[in-house]
Design a protein around this ligand. Structure first.
Ligand code: HEM
Ligand code: HEM
Length: 284
């Protein structure tokens, strides 16, 4: 990864005290900006503690103060990445925070934020964002352990048996919590709504031989690109599926079971998102 420029380091260091003195104001403003411009960010924070602005503020200040010695933050960044992966944060989310944070710094510190300072913080934000994105990518790739594959195989039959109930519930939850998703399914006949969840369950049953699914995956990716499915939509499906599993399976949907399905989902989702990105680039 490219290193931060000496100038950026200098500017971030010299402005860190002003940011620190106003850090909670800045981060509160950041959430205001983000939630009003990017309402899809809101559900990601549904389980966030009340003091999330302070948590974020502390991490930004720590970052600015350690800008010359980022190695000192590595363990902290590893923890943040792990938490982010638990809540399905994707690279596509980072511009929401970046734009909102830089806007908030400007709102709170006013004219003191020159173009030069703004440029330095922009560079510094994206540097940090990319460190997290890389860590998160690795974590997503390592989610699906052999233990989890075994749980998937053990629970696939129950999920299949209750498939109808789970998929029905999943769509109820998804359409209720993420109303914009309805538009994406506008061209689908009603009874086809369950195709997606059924496919997830079907693929999970074949968790050991996913390489055999490349043809099916290609077909889904093409369909998704035609319907304009984007990475930011992917957290909605798994969030809804896990809730539906809890509702339908009750005690059967243990933490371990849900974690295993979460891992299997992201394994497949990452293959799809990657292929879809290529297809979008081809048509662009
Ligand atoms: C460079 C950018 C970012 C930094 C420095 C950062 C920092 C943090 C920190 C320090 C935590 C607390 C971790 C813990 O609980 O141990 C956290 C959690 C979280 N972050 Fe980020 N984050 C960044 C980007 C993002 C983005 C892009 C999103 C999504 C739009 C996001 C959403 C969340 C959520 C939802 C939580 C968890 C709240 C909970 O505990 O439920 N973050 N982040
Ligand atoms: C791992 C995750 C996913 C899997 C396994 C999956 C699976 C499928 C399958 C099997 C189809 C039918 C393909 C065909 O017609 O040949 C499909 C289409 C579709 N999927 Fe996905 N999907 C996933 C994620 C998503 C997400 C995140 C969304 C959006 C929230 C979504 C929305 C749709 C829509 C709208 C269609 C097509 C509707 C139409 O035919 O008009 N899918 N998906």
């Amino acid at each position: 990864m490219e290193q931060l420029s000496a100038k950026t380091i200098e500017i971030v260091k010299s402005t860190a005290p002003a940011v620190k003195a106003n850090s909670e104001k800045i981060t509160s403003r950041m959430y205001e900006r983000m939630f009003s411009k990017y309402p899809y960010a809101k559900p990601l924070f549904k389980n966030a503690p009340k003091n999330q602005p302070q948590v974020l503020a502390r991490s930004i200040v720590a970052y600015a103060e350690n800008i010359e010695n980022l190695g000192a933050l590595d363990a902290a960044l590893e923890r943040i990445a792990a938490r982010h992966v638990e809540i399905s944060i994707l690279p596509e989310h980072y511009s929401w925070v970046g734009e909102s944070l830089l806007g908030a710094i400007k709102d709170v510190l006013g004219d003191a934020v020159t173009d030069e300072i703004n440029a330095a913080w922009t560079e510094a934000y994206w540097y940090l964002a990319n460190v997290l994105i890389e860590k998160e990518k690795k974590l997503y790739q390592s989610l699906l352990t052999e233990d989890k594959k075994k749980i998937i195989k053990d629970t696939a039959p129950i999920l299949k048996e209750k498939g109808e109930a789970i998929t029905t519930r999943m769509y109820e939850i998804m359409f209720n919590n993420y109303p914009d998703v309805k538009k994406l399914f506008a061209n689908q006949p009603k009874n086809q709504n369950q195709v997606l969840a059924r496919a997830i369950i079907g693929y999970a049953e074949n968790i050991d031989k996913l390489s055999a699914l490349s043809g099916a995956i290609e077909k889904i990716a093409v369909r998704h690109v035609k319907t304009n499915i984007k990475p930011i939509h992917y957290p909605w499906v798994i969030d809804s599926l896990l809730q539906a599993m809890s509702d339908v399976l009750g005690d059967g949907a243990t933490d371990a079971v849900k974690k295993a399905w979460f891992a299997a989902y992201w394994f497949l989702a990452n293959i799809l998102m990657k292929r879809e990105q290529e297809l979008y680039q081809e048509v662009a």
